[in-house]
Design a protein around this ligand. Structure first.
Ligand code: UDP
Length: 238
């Protein structure tokens, strides 16, 4: 599969056309950003590391029968992916209270609720990706109620597989963000990265943060921590 022209460049990724109409190549950049691009840096090797981690996780989910856009790894920092029609919402899955939920509801980080929490957000960075509900999504013509039910069902399965995988390497999956697309037949496909940039991961033994909060909160050792996550997953999946 040949990489052709650049179709899109975002804060952390580039998307390239290929010689197949139903495939793109996604390249992960070394850029890291937070708070809607207010805080930015370049972390050497981060593109390779997030590509590595996301490829391992999406490959694992594919092997469990979850439909994802990931086809195969391309070089150090790229993935061959299915072309999908992106749905402009984000699902945030929460197993432990942290981040914006703790802030919004005045709760302490670290509370473990009885149930899994699913937030739905509109993907509109100019509006701060506002929290919406199912009825908003249907009224805005983004998804049908049937698709929403399927999306939550897939999100719950993804969460179960992630929790199991990370449990085996001594890491708690606190929360994560995912996005979906529609394949040519209209079915929903997980079409996003899953990495320490998009998940909160806490070391079970030490409680240490192993994710982008190290960058957001100036905790240091961002690259080293991402390397540790990659290494643990590589050992678990070999
Ligand atoms: N997240 C993300 N992209 C976003 C918003 C959130 O990857 O645009 C991830 C974030 O890294 C965390 C989870 O989703 O793992 C929940 O994020 P939260 O709503 O707490 O927002 P935050 O305060 O972390 O931006």
């Amino acid at each position: 599969m040949n990489q052709l022209e650049l179709l899109y460049e975002g804060r952390s990724k580039q998307i390239y056309k290929t010689d197949s109409d139903d495939r793109v190549i996604v390249r992960f950049k070394d850029d890291i950003s937070a708070f809607y691009n207010i805080k930015r840096a370049i972390i050497e090797n981060k593109g390779r590391l997030t590509c590595d981690i996301s490829s391992m996780i999406l490959g694992y989910l594919n092997s469990k029968g979850i439909s994802t856009h990931f086809v195969e790894r391309v070089g150090d920092d790229g993935q061959l992916c299915r072309v999908v029609d992106h749905v402009p919402v984000e699902v945030i899955v929460r197993n432990v209270v942290a981040g914006s939920m703790a802030k919004r509801l005045g709760l302490d980080e670290g509370i473990v609720p009885e149930n899994t929490i699913f937030d739905l957000c509109l993907r509109r960075s100019d509006l701060g990706d506002p929290l919406i509900n199912d009825h908003h999504a249907v009224a805005l013509g983004l998804l049908s109620y049937e698709e929403l039910a399927k999306m939550y069902e897939m999100s719950a399965s993804i969460n179960n597989y992630l929790v199991e995988l990370f449990e085996s390497v001594g890491i708690t999956v606190v929360d994560f963000k995912i996005e979906f697309g529609r394949a040519a037949d209209g079915s929903l496909v997980l079409a996003d990265e899953l990495s320490p940039d998009t998940c909160r991961l806490w070391d079970k033994a030490t409680g240490e943060r192993m994710d982008k909060d190290r960058f957001r909160r100036d905790l240091g050792r961002v690259r080293e921590t991402y390397e540790e996550v990659a290494e643990r997953l590589r050992n678990a999946l070999k």
